[in-house]
Design a protein around this ligand. Sequence first.
Ligand SMILES: [Fe+2]
Length: 179
Amino acid sequence: MNQLKELLVDELRDLLHAEGQLLTALPKMAEAAHHPKLKEAFLNHLQQTEGQVGRLKSAFGLLGEKAVPKPCKAMTGLVEEGAETIKEGTDRERIAADLALIAAAQRVEHYEISGYGTARSLARQIGEPDVAKLLTQTLGEEESADFLLTELSKPLMQEACSESNLAESKSKKTRKQTA
Ligand SMILES: [Fe+2]
């Protein structure tokens, strides 16, 4: 096999394993999320992930290769960190817990964006435009998911700021009254 094609198949096998892990991790992230929009974002991405697994399988078919996953240690680590974030979130304020979930999820998205970007370049390089097209579709979904997470974090950060400002002005008032 051409060495670039071999590399592409290897990347796709890594991504297949990564996506498979997300199919079990995303429902847990959704369950842990407080904000309904964040919950919804995780559940939507779960649905997209199912489609992405399907696209990867189609890509293997186009390349005439078996869709065998290769253990993706990086995603295993990211998913473990996500599980830790969920656990730590039980001791955190609602907003901080959600922001930590967003941070964990964005790490995942960035890993996937990098993997799909490389795989697409390889597919283009070896003259597999149909495979590249499938990867572009998934890449677009990962990028939108990342963008959406950033957008969801903004009002949460603002809310956290105004809550701490309020708490600060309250404690100043009490200090004045007791002085
Ligand atoms: Fe994905």
